[in-house]
Design a protein around this ligand. Structure first.
Ligand code: 9WN
Length: 441
């Protein structure tokens, strides 16, 4: 049931969303979109499982377990798990680029699956807990939590011990694809240090599926490829090689770390359900939350900023990633209040009612180009949840209504123009459909 309804009935919306998830299901997992992203993506699968649980908790569990089956020996959950049935060249960079089973052998890449070697934000424990709660009986029968908990522990250990490059309790991202917001203006300055791979050394596949003006530029891609190549050629080793200035891109992202903290809270719930001690998880969640406030908070801007570890300075760009700590249960009420104000203030209040990915007032804002302004449904879902969690029910209701309305009207677009709500990127996008279903239920 739609709690705040500006859509006359939630039934056609739910049916259409379910149809998208059905069409994008491969038998073991869900592709983000049939044309543009024909493999399994890490944080997509977590968001997809959160919606899928309303249709089939069994499939939602399968979605997460398929992803975690490709986890590396060092605990990392790769950002892409490649489907061997998909033709080479359908997505770039594909398995021939990442070469995980050989280049990642020392880091424990699986032998039986090809994956990428970088990671995405850790939304998985939160998704696992929500999926369990949707069907506790089926989940216990299937042994879901006992099987998945050790994998989630290893994943969080990897982030805590191998990725704390700054040494203050936050996980660092070493590639713009890791925080999931590829061409955010937050990366412009840190990325400027990267010498791009020559344009003729690779062939983009994304431009056959989407409008070039809605996607990152060729120069961005040259830098993405150069960074990933260097990491691969060092055997995907993290410390100490990433601590060295030889790897020019290392940032602390407030969005990824907010999800890390929220997922530690979910791990505490999972531990309790399993009869284990939740306290270590609560302590870790509190440590991440303190580090977010201590290292990334900008009182002057009323939101969290990215820290560029190479420059050891905050990046003065206001992006929606800086609002995501609203989704952390233990966030100080004063910070939550400031975030709620910023989210509805001049930098982020857009005509569609959705929160854009980037500051509307900045010259770098674009309503169409990917993570430089368009509104994304996973970000809006997280902010809806955060506003509700911290007691801003009216604003959460308004955001929920805008998200459901726009998702349906755009044919479950990948992202939308934040002013007009017009669709951008691909259609029938899985997390848009899944999170719409979740908002409806
Ligand atoms: C690179 C799959 C992914 C999302 C990311 C989004 C986009 C990939 C790309 O698509 O990134 O990982 O090729 O552009 O930025 O958030 O997980 O939907």
């Amino acid at each position: 049931m739609l709690r705040n309804s500006s859509v006359s009935s939630s039934l056609p919306v739910a049916a259409a969303a379910a149809k998208v998830l059905e069409a994008n299901w491969t038998g073991t997992a869900t592709v983000p979109s049939r044309g543009l992203y024909p493999h399994q993506w890490s944080w997509d699968s977590a968001f997809i499982a959160i919606g899928l649980r309303h249709i089939s908790a069994l499939r939602a569990r399968r979605e997460l377990e398929t992803l975690l089956a490709a986890q590396w020996g060092d605990g990392r959950v790769p950002h892409i798990v490649f489907n061997p049935g998909v033709p080479a060249g359908a997505y770039f960079p594909g398995p021939a680029f990442w070469r995980s089973s050989t280049a990642g052998a020392t880091a424990g890449a699986p032998g039986g699956a090809e994956t990428s070697g970088i990671v995405q934000p850790p939304v998985h424990a939160l998704a696992a807990w929500l999926v369990h709660r949707a069907d506790p009986v089926g989940s216990w029968r299937a042994g879901f939590l006992p099987r998945i908990y050790p994998r989630l522990l290893a994943w969080h250990r990897y982030l805590r011990e191998e990725r704390d490059l700054g040494g203050h309790g936050l996980a660092a991202s070493l590639h713009p694809w890791e925080p999931g917001m590829d061409n955010s203006p937050c990366w412009d300055a840190p990325l400027a240090r990267v010498i791009p791979a020559p344009a003729d050394s690779f062939r983009r596949a994304d431009l056959s599926h989407g409008a070039g003006a809605d996607r990152p530029t060729d120069l961005d891609y040259g830098r993405y490829v150069a960074l990933a190549t260097a990491y691969r050629d060092r055997g995907y080793a993290d410390t100490p090689s990433l601590k060295s200035p030889a790897h020019p891109f290392a940032v602390e992202d407030p969005g990824s770390n907010a999800l890390f903290a929220a997922s530690e809270h979910a791990l505490a719930e999972i531990a309790l359900a399993l009869g284990a001690d939740p306290q270590p998880h609560l302590r870790r969640a509190a440590r991440i939350t303190r580090a977010l406030a201590g290292r990334l908070w900008s009182a002057a801007d009323g939101l969290f900023l990215v820290r560029d570890l190479r420059a050891d300075a905050l990046v003065p760009q206001l992006s929606a990633a800086g609002l995501l700590p609203l989704a952390v249960p233990g966030l100080q009420p004063a910070l939550a209040a400031a975030l709620a104000r910023t989210a509805t203030g001049p930098h982020f209040a857009a005509g569609s009612g959705l929160i854009p990915s980037y500051d509307l007032t900045s010259p770098a804002f674009s309503p169409t180009r990917y993570w430089r302004g368009p509104a994304w449904f996973n970000v809006n879902w997280l902010l809806e949840r955060g506003l509700r969690l911290h007691g801003y029910a009216d604003r959460a209701d308004a955001l929920r209504a805008a998200a459901v309305r726009t998702a349906y009207a755009t044919g479950f677009a990948e992202y939308a123009d934040p002013h007009t709500g017009d669709p951008r990127g691909s259609r029938d996008f899985s997390w848009t459909a899944a999170l719409t279903l979740d908002l409806l239920t």
